[in-house]
Design a protein around this ligand. Structure first.
Ligand SMILES: Cc1ncc(COP(=O)(O)O)c(C=O)c1O
Length: 255
């Protein structure tokens, strides 16, 4: 049953959230815009999920790294901004990798209760040590600047996401939701599984990813890596020509 949340008016499947809770549950990990699905939760849903966690005393870890990468009418909403009641049990994760195209620089940050941040700092300094000085200085320069570059990137990503979605949707047996944020399409390949592809039996998306790599020379991440067999993640963080060529090869291998 999907009860309508009184304040947000959003229908939230609280029963499903409750069903996922066990006596060992400590935290809800929330990622919107999402990797790998490209989905963006609407504000009413974010608020209802946050209130659900607050009412049950469940910690929230919210990963906001794709906050500036949303498309069309979809907009990012920050869970603790909508539900301040979670603040003493909430950790916000973010970083420079997506907003400033600094993937690989390995600089991010956490915002949360002082004791949790102190413990995480201790853990990090003894496990991975510290972020290199040059990466920290570059990250400071990035966050001190404006967001003009991300606006241009967002335009390019919106175009590439729409192109990838259209090309994938044209392949028989492949269905794909239009990406709302981040830079991934997460199509279902259910319609092409269970038959031979390029002369090889393809029973699941793990086997499909292998055939696409070896025959088509295209890398996709099988949904099994995200607990979602039958799907695969394709990134559109690449040039328009390479993107078109990659999906054309997938279509060719599948035909
Ligand atoms: C949801 C999410 N959070 C965090 C990261 C981490 O980015 P990095 O380790 O490059 O800072 C990624 C990268 O793919 C991501 O998709």
């Amino acid at each position: 049953m999907l009860p309508t949340d009184e304040r947000t008016g959003f229908r939230v499947d609280v029963d499903q959230l409750d069903a996922a809770v066990t006596p060992r549950t400590k935290a809800l990990l929330f990622v919107s815009p999402s990797n790998p699905t490209g989905a963006v939760y609407p504000p009413g849903e974010v608020e209802a999920i946050g209130r659900w966690a607050a009412e049950r005393g469940i910690w929230v870890l919210t990963d906001e790294i794709y906050e500036h990468l949303t498309y069309g009418e979809h907009r990012f909403s920050s869970l603790p901004a909508l539900v301040p009641e979670v603040l003493d049990r909430c950790i916000v994760l973010n970083g420079v990798a997506k907003t400033y195209a600094m993937t690989g620089w390995r600089v991010g940050w956490m915002i949360g209760p002082r004791d949790v941040i102190a413990a995480a700092t201790n853990l990090q300094s003894h496990s991975t040590s510290n972020v290199s000085n040059v990466a920290q200085v570059a990250a400071l320069a990035a966050v001190a600047g404006d967001l003009d570059a991300v606006a241009r990137m967002r335009e390019a990503f919106a175009r590439r996401g729409a192109t990838m979605h259209a090309l994938l949707s044209a392949i028989p047996g492949v269905t794909c939701l239009e990406p709302q944020g981040a830079f991934y399409c997460f199509p279902s390949f259910a319609g092409v599984l269970g038959r031979e592809v390029a002369g090889r039996p393809v029973r699941d998306t793990l086997e499909l990813a292998e055939v696409l790599l070896e025959v088509g020379r295209v890398a996709v991440v099988p949904g099994e890596a995200f607990g979602a067999p039958g799907y695969a993640r394709l990134s559109f963080a690449l040039g328009d020509d390479d993107l078109g060529e990659g999906v054309r090869r997938i279509a060719e291998v599948l035909s």
